[in-house]
Design a protein around this ligand. Structure first.
Ligand code: C2O
Ligand code: CU
Length: 484
Protein backbone atom coordinates (compact mmCIF):
# COMPACT_ATOMS: atom_id res chain seq x y z
CA UNK A 1 0.00 0.00 0.00
CA UNK A 2 1.39 3.35 -0.99
CA UNK A 3 1.67 6.07 1.56
CA UNK A 4 0.83 9.58 0.44
CA UNK A 5 2.35 11.29 3.43
CA UNK A 6 5.73 9.82 2.55
CA UNK A 7 5.19 10.80 -1.05
CA UNK A 8 4.80 14.43 0.02
CA UNK A 9 8.08 14.28 1.92
CA UNK A 10 9.73 12.89 -1.19
CA UNK A 11 8.16 15.71 -3.19
CA UNK A 12 9.50 18.35 -0.84
CA UNK A 13 12.97 16.82 -0.93
CA UNK A 14 13.01 15.86 -4.60
CA UNK A 15 11.94 19.30 -5.83
CA UNK A 16 12.82 19.79 -9.46
CA UNK A 17 12.63 16.14 -10.47
CA UNK A 18 9.08 15.83 -9.24
CA UNK A 19 6.46 15.18 -11.90
CA UNK A 20 3.20 13.94 -10.49
CA UNK A 21 2.77 12.50 -7.02
CA UNK A 22 1.34 9.31 -8.51
CA UNK A 23 4.33 8.95 -10.83
CA UNK A 24 6.76 9.55 -7.99
CA UNK A 25 4.98 6.78 -6.13
CA UNK A 26 5.54 4.35 -8.94
CA UNK A 27 9.09 5.54 -9.36
CA UNK A 28 8.83 6.80 -12.92
CA UNK A 29 8.22 10.02 -14.75
CA UNK A 30 6.55 8.68 -17.82
CA UNK A 31 2.91 8.54 -18.78
CA UNK A 32 3.56 4.96 -19.83
CA UNK A 33 3.41 3.98 -16.16
CA UNK A 34 0.40 1.73 -15.90
CA UNK A 35 -0.10 1.49 -12.17
CA UNK A 36 -1.03 4.40 -9.97
CA UNK A 37 -1.85 5.20 -6.38
CA UNK A 38 -5.43 4.13 -7.03
CA UNK A 39 -5.48 0.71 -5.42
CA UNK A 40 -9.02 0.26 -4.13
CA UNK A 41 -12.03 0.31 -6.39
CA UNK A 42 -13.81 3.43 -7.46
CA UNK A 43 -17.34 3.65 -6.07
CA UNK A 44 -20.04 2.84 -8.65
CA UNK A 45 -21.38 5.96 -10.32
CA UNK A 46 -25.06 6.79 -9.98
CA UNK A 47 -25.79 10.07 -11.74
CA UNK A 48 -28.47 12.50 -10.57
CA UNK A 49 -28.75 11.11 -7.05
CA UNK A 50 -28.16 14.51 -5.41
CA UNK A 51 -29.92 17.84 -5.64
CA UNK A 52 -27.22 20.38 -6.50
CA UNK A 53 -26.35 22.47 -3.44
CA UNK A 54 -25.29 26.11 -3.64
CA UNK A 55 -22.11 27.08 -1.81
CA UNK A 56 -23.13 29.13 1.22
CA UNK A 57 -22.29 32.83 1.32
CA UNK A 58 -19.93 33.77 4.13
CA UNK A 59 -21.12 36.52 6.49
CA UNK A 60 -18.52 39.06 7.63
CA UNK A 61 -17.56 38.88 11.31
CA UNK A 62 -17.48 42.67 11.34
CA UNK A 63 -17.57 45.71 9.09
CA UNK A 64 -15.82 49.04 9.21
CA UNK A 65 -16.40 52.14 7.11
CA UNK A 66 -14.07 50.80 4.41
CA UNK A 67 -13.72 47.03 4.95
CA UNK A 68 -15.53 43.75 5.50
CA UNK A 69 -13.74 41.34 7.82
CA UNK A 70 -14.05 37.57 7.51
CA UNK A 71 -12.70 34.62 9.40
CA UNK A 72 -12.09 31.18 7.87
CA UNK A 73 -10.87 28.04 9.62
CA UNK A 74 -9.14 25.48 7.41
CA UNK A 75 -10.01 22.09 8.82
CA UNK A 76 -10.81 18.52 7.93
CA UNK A 77 -14.45 17.59 7.53
CA UNK A 78 -16.52 14.56 6.60
CA UNK A 79 -18.81 15.19 3.65
CA UNK A 80 -21.05 13.22 1.32
CA UNK A 81 -19.79 13.50 -2.26
CA UNK A 82 -21.13 10.22 -3.62
CA UNK A 83 -24.58 9.27 -2.28
CA UNK A 84 -24.34 7.14 0.86
CA UNK A 85 -20.54 7.47 1.31
CA UNK A 86 -18.60 9.69 3.68
CA UNK A 87 -15.37 11.29 2.48
CA UNK A 88 -12.71 13.04 4.52
CA UNK A 89 -11.80 16.34 2.88
CA UNK A 90 -9.76 19.49 3.59
CA UNK A 91 -12.01 22.51 3.82
CA UNK A 92 -12.38 26.19 4.36
CA UNK A 93 -14.86 26.40 7.28
CA UNK A 94 -16.04 22.80 6.99
CA UNK A 95 -17.80 23.11 3.63
CA UNK A 96 -16.88 21.46 0.31
CA UNK A 97 -16.30 23.62 -1.70
CA UNK A 98 -15.59 26.47 0.72
CA UNK A 99 -17.95 29.36 1.44
CA UNK A 100 -18.45 32.15 -1.12
CA UNK A 101 -17.20 35.65 -0.34
CA UNK A 102 -19.20 38.41 -2.01
CA UNK A 103 -17.14 41.54 -2.44
CA UNK A 104 -18.10 44.94 -3.81
CA UNK A 105 -15.77 47.04 -5.95
CA UNK A 106 -13.75 49.56 -3.91
CA UNK A 107 -14.65 47.99 -0.56
CA UNK A 108 -11.74 46.15 1.02
CA UNK A 109 -12.11 42.55 2.14
CA UNK A 110 -9.91 41.28 4.97
CA UNK A 111 -9.79 37.51 5.56
CA UNK A 112 -8.23 35.99 8.66
CA UNK A 113 -7.25 32.43 7.66
CA UNK A 114 -6.62 30.01 10.50
CA UNK A 115 -4.91 26.73 9.60
CA UNK A 116 -6.28 23.88 11.70
CA UNK A 117 -5.07 21.27 9.19
CA UNK A 118 -1.95 19.13 9.50
CA UNK A 119 -0.43 20.50 6.31
CA UNK A 120 1.01 23.85 5.26
CA UNK A 121 -1.31 26.09 3.28
CA UNK A 122 -1.15 29.42 1.43
CA UNK A 123 -4.29 31.16 0.24
CA UNK A 124 -4.21 32.66 -3.24
CA UNK A 125 -7.08 34.75 -4.57
CA UNK A 126 -6.99 33.71 -8.23
CA UNK A 127 -7.68 36.62 -10.58
CA UNK A 128 -7.34 39.31 -7.93
CA UNK A 129 -5.11 42.36 -8.13
CA UNK A 130 -3.46 42.34 -4.72
CA UNK A 131 -0.19 43.27 -3.09
CA UNK A 132 2.48 40.59 -3.28
CA UNK A 133 2.40 39.89 0.48
CA UNK A 134 -1.30 39.08 0.21
CA UNK A 135 -0.99 36.96 -2.94
CA UNK A 136 -0.48 33.63 -1.16
CA UNK A 137 2.93 32.94 -2.71
CA UNK A 138 4.16 29.33 -2.41
CA UNK A 139 6.73 30.11 0.31
CA UNK A 140 4.42 32.45 2.27
CA UNK A 141 2.84 29.49 3.97
CA UNK A 142 0.54 29.27 6.93
CA UNK A 143 2.02 26.41 8.93
CA UNK A 144 -0.24 23.91 10.67
CA UNK A 145 -1.65 25.69 13.70
CA UNK A 146 -0.77 29.12 12.32
CA UNK A 147 -2.80 31.94 10.82
CA UNK A 148 -2.46 34.83 8.42
CA UNK A 149 -4.62 37.80 7.48
CA UNK A 150 -5.01 38.66 3.81
CA UNK A 151 -6.08 42.06 2.48
CA UNK A 152 -7.93 42.35 -0.83
CA UNK A 153 -8.54 45.89 -2.14
CA UNK A 154 -11.17 44.97 -4.80
CA UNK A 155 -10.28 47.91 -7.02
CA UNK A 156 -11.00 45.83 -10.13
CA UNK A 157 -14.18 45.35 -12.15
CA UNK A 158 -16.88 42.77 -11.38
CA UNK A 159 -15.54 39.24 -11.88
CA UNK A 160 -15.96 35.63 -10.80
CA UNK A 161 -12.78 34.81 -8.89
CA UNK A 162 -11.88 31.95 -6.60
CA UNK A 163 -9.54 31.45 -3.69
CA UNK A 164 -7.53 28.27 -3.43
CA UNK A 165 -4.44 26.76 -1.89
CA UNK A 166 -0.97 27.59 -3.28
CA UNK A 167 1.47 26.08 -0.72
CA UNK A 168 4.78 25.00 -2.30
CA UNK A 169 4.52 21.45 -3.74
CA UNK A 170 1.16 20.97 -2.02
CA UNK A 171 -1.31 23.06 -4.02
CA UNK A 172 -2.47 20.25 -6.29
CA UNK A 173 -3.37 17.87 -3.49
CA UNK A 174 -4.73 20.62 -1.22
CA UNK A 175 -7.02 22.01 -3.93
CA UNK A 176 -8.10 18.51 -4.94
CA UNK A 177 -8.87 17.62 -1.32
CA UNK A 178 -11.19 20.62 -1.06
CA UNK A 179 -9.28 23.86 -0.45
CA UNK A 180 -11.11 26.08 -2.91
CA UNK A 181 -13.99 28.52 -2.70
CA UNK A 182 -15.58 31.32 -4.70
CA UNK A 183 -15.01 35.04 -4.46
CA UNK A 184 -17.37 37.23 -6.47
CA UNK A 185 -16.75 40.92 -7.03
CA UNK A 186 -19.69 43.06 -8.16
CA UNK A 187 -19.60 46.62 -9.40
CA UNK A 188 -21.93 49.42 -10.41
CA UNK A 189 -21.85 48.57 -14.12
CA UNK A 190 -22.76 44.94 -13.54
CA UNK A 191 -25.62 45.87 -11.21
CA UNK A 192 -27.01 48.29 -13.81
CA UNK A 193 -27.32 45.53 -16.44
CA UNK A 194 -30.58 43.57 -16.88
CA UNK A 195 -28.83 40.18 -16.41
CA UNK A 196 -30.40 37.39 -14.32
CA UNK A 197 -29.64 38.04 -10.62
CA UNK A 198 -30.38 36.67 -7.17
CA UNK A 199 -31.58 33.05 -7.26
CA UNK A 200 -31.09 33.11 -11.05
CA UNK A 201 -27.35 33.79 -10.75
CA UNK A 202 -25.87 30.38 -9.91
CA UNK A 203 -22.29 29.10 -9.61
CA UNK A 204 -21.33 25.72 -11.12
CA UNK A 205 -18.02 24.63 -9.59
CA UNK A 206 -17.09 21.61 -11.70
CA UNK A 207 -14.28 19.18 -10.93
CA UNK A 208 -13.29 15.56 -11.21
CA UNK A 209 -12.55 13.23 -8.30
CA UNK A 210 -11.99 9.64 -7.34
CA UNK A 211 -14.20 8.45 -4.51
CA UNK A 212 -13.53 4.84 -3.59
CA UNK A 213 -16.00 2.23 -2.33
CA UNK A 214 -15.10 3.03 1.29
CA UNK A 215 -15.67 6.76 0.68
CA UNK A 216 -11.98 7.72 0.47
CA UNK A 217 -11.37 10.77 -1.71
CA UNK A 218 -8.09 9.75 -3.33
CA UNK A 219 -5.69 12.19 -4.97
CA UNK A 220 -4.47 10.46 -8.10
CA UNK A 221 -3.98 10.91 -11.83
CA UNK A 222 -6.95 12.47 -13.64
CA UNK A 223 -7.43 9.47 -15.90
CA UNK A 224 -8.24 7.50 -12.71
CA UNK A 225 -10.81 10.06 -11.52
CA UNK A 226 -14.22 8.96 -12.85
CA UNK A 227 -16.39 11.15 -10.60
CA UNK A 228 -17.54 14.55 -11.83
CA UNK A 229 -18.73 16.92 -9.13
CA UNK A 230 -20.74 20.11 -9.35
CA UNK A 231 -20.69 22.23 -6.18
CA UNK A 232 -19.25 19.27 -4.29
CA UNK A 233 -21.75 16.56 -5.31
CA UNK A 234 -21.39 13.77 -7.85
CA UNK A 235 -23.38 14.57 -11.05
CA UNK A 236 -26.30 16.35 -9.37
CA UNK A 237 -29.63 17.54 -10.74
CA UNK A 238 -30.80 21.13 -10.44
CA UNK A 239 -34.41 22.26 -10.55
CA UNK A 240 -34.89 25.37 -12.63
CA UNK A 241 -37.71 27.62 -13.80
CA UNK A 242 -38.45 27.96 -17.52
CA UNK A 243 -36.54 31.24 -17.83
CA UNK A 244 -33.01 32.65 -18.16
CA UNK A 245 -30.26 31.82 -15.68
CA UNK A 246 -26.75 33.14 -15.32
CA UNK A 247 -24.26 30.37 -14.56
CA UNK A 248 -20.75 31.10 -13.35
CA UNK A 249 -18.92 28.04 -14.59
CA UNK A 250 -15.62 27.17 -12.91
CA UNK A 251 -13.18 24.46 -13.87
CA UNK A 252 -11.88 23.62 -10.39
CA UNK A 253 -10.14 20.40 -11.47
CA UNK A 254 -6.61 20.06 -10.21
CA UNK A 255 -5.43 18.31 -13.38
CA UNK A 256 -7.87 18.10 -16.26
CA UNK A 257 -9.76 19.99 -18.91
CA UNK A 258 -13.37 19.40 -19.78
CA UNK A 259 -15.74 20.38 -22.51
CA UNK A 260 -19.34 21.31 -21.83
CA UNK A 261 -22.38 21.15 -24.06
CA UNK A 262 -26.06 20.51 -23.59
CA UNK A 263 -27.12 17.06 -24.77
CA UNK A 264 -29.58 18.59 -27.26
CA UNK A 265 -26.97 21.03 -28.58
CA UNK A 266 -28.78 24.26 -27.59
CA UNK A 267 -27.02 27.59 -27.84
CA UNK A 268 -26.22 29.66 -24.80
CA UNK A 269 -24.65 33.09 -24.41
CA UNK A 270 -21.22 33.70 -22.94
CA UNK A 271 -21.19 37.01 -21.05
CA UNK A 272 -18.00 36.77 -19.02
CA UNK A 273 -14.52 35.27 -18.84
CA UNK A 274 -11.83 35.05 -16.13
CA UNK A 275 -11.42 38.83 -15.75
CA UNK A 276 -15.11 39.79 -15.76
CA UNK A 277 -17.78 40.69 -18.30
CA UNK A 278 -17.10 40.53 -22.03
CA UNK A 279 -17.54 43.74 -24.00
CA UNK A 280 -20.13 41.97 -26.14
CA UNK A 281 -21.91 38.64 -25.58
CA UNK A 282 -20.97 35.61 -27.71
CA UNK A 283 -23.29 32.74 -28.73
CA UNK A 284 -21.86 29.26 -28.23
CA UNK A 285 -22.85 25.62 -28.08
CA UNK A 286 -19.70 24.28 -26.41
CA UNK A 287 -17.05 25.35 -23.91
CA UNK A 288 -13.53 24.02 -23.45
CA UNK A 289 -12.06 24.84 -20.05
CA UNK A 290 -8.93 23.91 -18.18
CA UNK A 291 -8.38 24.17 -14.42
CA UNK A 292 -8.59 27.74 -13.18
CA UNK A 293 -10.70 29.11 -16.03
CA UNK A 294 -14.09 30.72 -15.51
CA UNK A 295 -16.84 31.33 -18.03
CA UNK A 296 -20.08 33.18 -17.25
CA UNK A 297 -22.99 32.11 -19.42
CA UNK A 298 -26.70 32.82 -19.72
CA UNK A 299 -28.91 29.84 -20.54
CA UNK A 300 -32.57 30.30 -21.51
CA UNK A 301 -34.71 27.40 -20.28
CA UNK A 302 -37.93 29.02 -21.59
CA UNK A 303 -37.47 26.88 -24.73
CA UNK A 304 -38.46 23.84 -22.58
CA UNK A 305 -41.84 22.79 -21.20
CA UNK A 306 -42.31 22.26 -17.48
CA UNK A 307 -41.55 18.58 -16.85
CA UNK A 308 -38.68 18.38 -19.36
CA UNK A 309 -35.02 17.88 -18.45
CA UNK A 310 -31.75 18.59 -20.20
CA UNK A 311 -28.36 17.08 -19.39
CA UNK A 312 -25.09 19.03 -19.46
CA UNK A 313 -22.41 16.75 -20.89
CA UNK A 314 -18.62 16.61 -21.09
CA UNK A 315 -17.66 15.60 -24.64
CA UNK A 316 -14.07 15.63 -23.35
CA UNK A 317 -14.73 12.70 -21.01
CA UNK A 318 -12.70 9.53 -21.54
CA UNK A 319 -14.48 6.71 -23.31
CA UNK A 320 -14.44 4.78 -20.03
CA UNK A 321 -16.28 7.60 -18.24
CA UNK A 322 -19.89 8.71 -18.17
CA UNK A 323 -20.36 11.93 -20.15
CA UNK A 324 -23.05 13.45 -17.90
CA UNK A 325 -21.99 16.35 -15.71
CA UNK A 326 -25.39 17.36 -14.33
CA UNK A 327 -29.07 17.52 -15.23
CA UNK A 328 -31.35 20.53 -15.29
CA UNK A 329 -35.00 19.73 -14.51
CA UNK A 330 -37.48 22.37 -15.67
CA UNK A 331 -40.05 22.33 -12.86
CA UNK A 332 -41.97 25.62 -13.02
CA UNK A 333 -42.60 28.77 -14.95
CA UNK A 334 -41.40 32.14 -13.76
CA UNK A 335 -41.61 35.75 -14.87
CA UNK A 336 -38.43 36.89 -16.59
CA UNK A 337 -37.54 40.50 -17.25
CA UNK A 338 -33.86 39.76 -17.64
CA UNK A 339 -32.03 39.91 -20.95
CA UNK A 340 -28.49 40.05 -22.27
CA UNK A 341 -27.75 43.52 -23.62
CA UNK A 342 -25.60 44.00 -26.75
CA UNK A 343 -22.96 45.85 -24.79
CA UNK A 344 -21.83 44.59 -21.37
CA UNK A 345 -18.78 46.67 -20.56
CA UNK A 346 -15.93 48.60 -22.17
CA UNK A 347 -12.28 47.71 -21.68
CA UNK A 348 -9.60 50.33 -21.35
CA UNK A 349 -7.51 50.24 -24.55
CA UNK A 350 -4.33 48.19 -24.18
CA UNK A 351 -1.12 50.19 -24.76
CA UNK A 352 1.26 48.98 -27.49
CA UNK A 353 3.67 46.31 -26.27
CA UNK A 354 7.31 47.27 -25.79
CA UNK A 355 8.62 43.88 -24.64
CA UNK A 356 8.27 40.40 -26.17
CA UNK A 357 9.06 37.15 -24.44
CA UNK A 358 8.90 33.48 -25.38
CA UNK A 359 7.97 30.54 -23.19
CA UNK A 360 8.22 26.82 -23.81
CA UNK A 361 6.24 24.49 -21.59
CA UNK A 362 7.55 20.95 -21.37
CA UNK A 363 6.31 17.81 -19.66
CA UNK A 364 9.42 15.64 -20.17
CA UNK A 365 11.96 15.01 -18.81
CA UNK A 366 10.55 17.33 -16.13
CA UNK A 367 7.77 19.86 -15.64
CA UNK A 368 9.49 23.02 -16.81
CA UNK A 369 9.00 26.44 -18.33
CA UNK A 370 11.92 27.39 -20.58
CA UNK A 371 13.80 24.38 -19.26
CA UNK A 372 13.65 25.50 -15.65
CA UNK A 373 11.81 24.21 -12.65
CA UNK A 374 10.42 26.74 -10.16
CA UNK A 375 12.88 28.17 -7.69
CA UNK A 376 11.38 30.76 -5.35
CA UNK A 377 14.79 32.40 -4.97
CA UNK A 378 15.42 32.82 -8.69
CA UNK A 379 13.93 35.84 -10.49
CA UNK A 380 12.97 34.53 -13.92
CA UNK A 381 11.65 37.82 -15.23
CA UNK A 382 11.95 41.37 -14.07
CA UNK A 383 9.70 44.00 -15.55
CA UNK A 384 8.76 47.57 -14.84
CA UNK A 385 5.38 48.59 -13.48
CA UNK A 386 3.08 49.56 -16.36
CA UNK A 387 5.02 47.72 -19.08
CA UNK A 388 2.90 46.12 -21.78
CA UNK A 389 4.33 42.82 -23.02
CA UNK A 390 3.50 40.19 -25.62
CA UNK A 391 4.23 36.64 -24.51
CA UNK A 392 4.34 33.72 -26.91
CA UNK A 393 3.69 30.49 -25.05
CA UNK A 394 4.28 27.12 -26.68
CA UNK A 395 3.25 23.66 -25.51
CA UNK A 396 6.07 21.86 -27.27
CA UNK A 397 4.67 18.34 -26.87
CA UNK A 398 3.79 16.32 -29.91
CA UNK A 399 0.07 15.63 -30.38
CA UNK A 400 -1.36 12.76 -28.37
CA UNK A 401 -1.68 9.33 -29.96
CA UNK A 402 -5.30 8.87 -31.01
CA UNK A 403 -7.68 7.66 -28.33
CA UNK A 404 -5.17 8.02 -25.51
CA UNK A 405 -6.98 9.06 -22.33
CA UNK A 406 -4.37 11.37 -20.96
CA UNK A 407 -4.65 14.87 -19.60
CA UNK A 408 -0.99 15.30 -18.77
CA UNK A 409 0.14 16.77 -22.06
CA UNK A 410 -2.41 19.56 -21.86
CA UNK A 411 -1.01 22.65 -20.28
CA UNK A 412 -2.29 26.08 -19.46
CA UNK A 413 -0.72 29.40 -18.71
CA UNK A 414 -1.79 31.51 -15.76
CA UNK A 415 -0.51 34.90 -14.68
CA UNK A 416 -0.91 36.40 -11.23
CA UNK A 417 -1.56 40.14 -10.68
CA UNK A 418 -2.88 41.04 -14.13
CA UNK A 419 -5.25 39.89 -16.85
CA UNK A 420 -4.22 39.38 -20.45
CA UNK A 421 -5.88 39.23 -23.85
CA UNK A 422 -5.29 36.34 -26.19
CA UNK A 423 -4.05 37.82 -29.49
CA UNK A 424 -3.37 34.65 -31.46
CA UNK A 425 -3.77 30.90 -31.24
CA UNK A 426 -1.63 28.73 -33.51
CA UNK A 427 -0.79 31.70 -35.72
CA UNK A 428 -4.44 32.65 -36.28
CA UNK A 429 -6.12 35.70 -34.73
CA UNK A 430 -7.86 34.65 -31.50
CA UNK A 431 -11.53 33.78 -31.97
CA UNK A 432 -14.57 33.36 -29.70
CA UNK A 433 -12.86 30.53 -27.81
CA UNK A 434 -10.36 32.95 -26.26
CA UNK A 435 -12.61 35.98 -25.87
CA UNK A 436 -12.41 38.53 -23.03
CA UNK A 437 -9.97 39.32 -20.26
CA UNK A 438 -8.16 36.15 -19.25
CA UNK A 439 -5.83 35.02 -16.51
CA UNK A 440 -5.59 31.39 -17.62
CA UNK A 441 -5.40 30.12 -21.18
CA UNK A 442 -5.45 26.52 -22.42
CA UNK A 443 -2.68 24.98 -24.52
CA UNK A 444 -3.51 21.66 -26.11
CA UNK A 445 -0.62 19.40 -27.15
CA UNK A 446 1.50 21.30 -29.69
CA UNK A 447 -0.46 24.56 -29.43
CA UNK A 448 0.95 28.09 -29.29
CA UNK A 449 -0.76 31.22 -27.98
CA UNK A 450 0.26 34.84 -28.07
CA UNK A 451 -1.02 36.91 -25.14
CA UNK A 452 -0.64 40.56 -24.16
CA UNK A 453 -0.73 42.08 -20.69
CA UNK A 454 0.22 45.24 -18.85
CA UNK A 455 2.12 44.61 -15.61
CA UNK A 456 0.51 46.23 -12.59
CA UNK A 457 -1.20 47.72 -10.65
CA UNK A 458 1.35 46.79 -7.96
CA UNK A 459 5.07 46.18 -7.71
CA UNK A 460 6.43 43.07 -6.03
CA UNK A 461 6.99 39.37 -6.52
CA UNK A 462 4.41 37.41 -8.53
CA UNK A 463 4.06 34.16 -10.46
CA UNK A 464 3.16 32.67 -13.80
CA UNK A 465 2.54 28.95 -14.09
CA UNK A 466 0.67 26.11 -15.69
CA UNK A 467 -2.66 25.67 -13.89
CA UNK A 468 -2.59 21.90 -14.18
CA UNK A 469 -1.75 21.93 -10.50
CA UNK A 470 0.13 18.63 -10.60
CA UNK A 471 2.42 20.43 -13.07
CA UNK A 472 2.85 23.65 -11.06
CA UNK A 473 3.44 21.59 -7.90
CA UNK A 474 6.08 19.73 -9.91
CA UNK A 475 7.86 22.95 -10.90
CA UNK A 476 6.08 24.32 -14.00
CA UNK A 477 6.08 27.81 -12.58
CA UNK A 478 8.17 30.96 -12.80
CA UNK A 479 8.73 34.10 -10.77
CA UNK A 480 8.19 37.59 -12.13
CA UNK A 481 9.21 40.66 -10.14
CA UNK A 482 7.48 43.90 -11.03
CA UNK A 483 9.68 46.86 -10.08
CA UNK A 484 9.05 50.60 -9.94
CU1 C2O B 1 -5.16 29.61 -9.46
CU2 C2O B 1 -1.21 30.65 -9.08
O1 C2O B 1 -3.19 30.06 -9.23
CU1 CU C 1 1.26 21.96 -17.46
Amino acid sequence: MLNRRNALKVAAAGGAAALFPWDRLTGAGSEAVASSAATAEAAPIVPFAHAMPLPQTLAPTSRTLTSDLYEIRMREAQVEIVKGLTSKVRTYNGTFPGPTIKAVQNREVVVRQINELEVNTAVHLHGAHVLSEHDGLPMDTIVAGGERTYHYPNKQAAASLWYHDHAHHLEAENVYMGLHGLYLISDHNERSLPLPTGTYDVPLVIRDARVETDGTLLYTRPSDCPNMLVNGKERPYFQVAARKYRFRVYNACANRYFKLRFADGIEFTQIGADGGLLEKPVRKTELLMLGGERVDIVVDFSRYRVGQSVVLENPGAQTTERPEVMRFDIVRRAADYSFVPHRLTTYAPQPAATVERDFEIRTFPAMTINGLSYDPNRVDIQTRLGTTEVWTVRNVEAPLPAGKPDFHLWHSFHTHLTFFRVLERNGQPADARDVGLKDTVTLGPGETVKIAMTWGPYTGQYLYHCHQLGHSSGGQMGRIDVVA
